[in-house]
Design a protein around this ligand. Structure first.
Ligand code: AMP
Ligand code: ZN
Ligand code: FE
Ligand code: FE
Length: 292
């Protein structure tokens, strides 16, 4: 069983439609795929239809942009009721914050002599609810200013770079509560990825577990072998579910091909058990896993 629990479609900042993502998962020999677009369930229905016809197991999830003690934390939420009002309110606030800063970032780019307008970004975003930096990056690529998204973030859009503007993120502890109340389960994505070395640590994770955290993503391209070993140890100590995933974005991220990292079937089974408990306790209409 090959299980990939973290992927993006055009419903946020991936470059493939949800149906193309599912077809790609099938072609990559995956048995289970989770679609986890940033802060939205907009791709769920199309992905579920595609999974039913392709005969692949699909877990509906999302990756929520949160903050904890001044650090950005991406929280994967699996199988929550996407209509649970407090969750919807937080997602809307994040999406609005992401959209709202685009004009300011474009004006900073103009100050640098780079002329990208709102229409360029809109074209790059192709109707997603989660218009953000990746789409500004794509517009910069289209204009020939940079070669790819990575260069756009490194030179202009990343934290500390000249066109960067910070945005709203939801409080992690609040979101953990909302996901549980919505009948879903939470896993921290790439906990020590990018610049965030060793945060959250063992004590932080123990506390977050008390707030409902179910697991951490250990096998991710942003973690080297030593980081993975250390995170695996923390997860075992705290009895957290250990996941692995590609964080696939289509052509939007290199070295993130579907199935490049996977989740062990026993860990996946634990996650689904926890989700079933959360769903029953919540009394919410949670999505089922789509089974072939
Ligand atoms: P935003 O929510 O608008 O700040 O965009 C954040 C998203 O941009 C992340 O979730 C990644 O998918 C993507 N991203 C962040 N940093 C980079 C990078 N250095 N290269 C490519 N994509 C990135
Ligand atoms: Zn992304
Ligand atoms: Fe992420
Ligand atoms: Fe992601």
């Amino acid at each position: 069983m090959r299980i990939d629990l973290h992927t993006h479609s055009r419903a946020s900042d991936g470059t493939e439609t949800p149906a193309e993502l599912v077809a790609g998962a099938r072609a990559a020999g995956l048995d289970v795929l989770a679609i986890t677009d940033h802060d939205t369930a907009a791709g769920w229905d199309e992905a579920a239809d595609a999974a039913r016809s392709a005969g692949i197991e699909l877990v509906r999830g999302m990756e929520i942009s949160t903050t904890h003690r001044g650090h950005s934390v991406h929280l994967l939420a699996y199988l929550p009721d996407p209509t649970y009002p407090p969750l919807v309110a937080e997602l809307d606030a994040v999406l609005e914050g992401r959209r709202a800063r685009v004009p300011e970032m474009l004006s900073r780019l103009r100050d640098l002599g780079i002329d990208i307008d709102a229409d360029d970004v809109r074209r790059a975003a192709r109707g997603t609810a989660a218009t953000g930096r990746p789409h500004i990056a794509d517009a910069l690529v289209t204009k020939g200013v940079v070669a790819d998204r990575t260069e756009a973030f490194d030179r202009y859009l990343g934290a500390g770079r000249p066109a960067h503007v910070s945005r709203y993120a939801a409080e992690l502890v609040d979101v953990l509560g909302h996901v549980t109340s919505a009948g879903g389960v939470s896993v921290i994505a790439h906990p020590w990825g990018r610049s965030r070395r060793r945060f959250p640590d063992l004590d932080d994770l123990a506390e977050l577990r008390g707030h409902g955290l179910a697991g951490i993503e250990v096998d991710h391209q942003d973690h080297d072998a030593a980081t993975r070993a250390e995170l695996r140890g923390l997860a075992r100590e705290l009895d957290l579910v250990i996941t692995g995933a590609s964080d696939h974005h289509g052509a939007g991220k290199v070295d993130h091909d579907l199935g490049v990292n996977t989740t062990h079937p026993d860990e996946y089974a634990r996650l689904l058990d926890l989700a079933a408990i959360a769903s029953a306790r919540s009394g919410r209409p949670t999505p089922e896993v789509v089974r072939p």
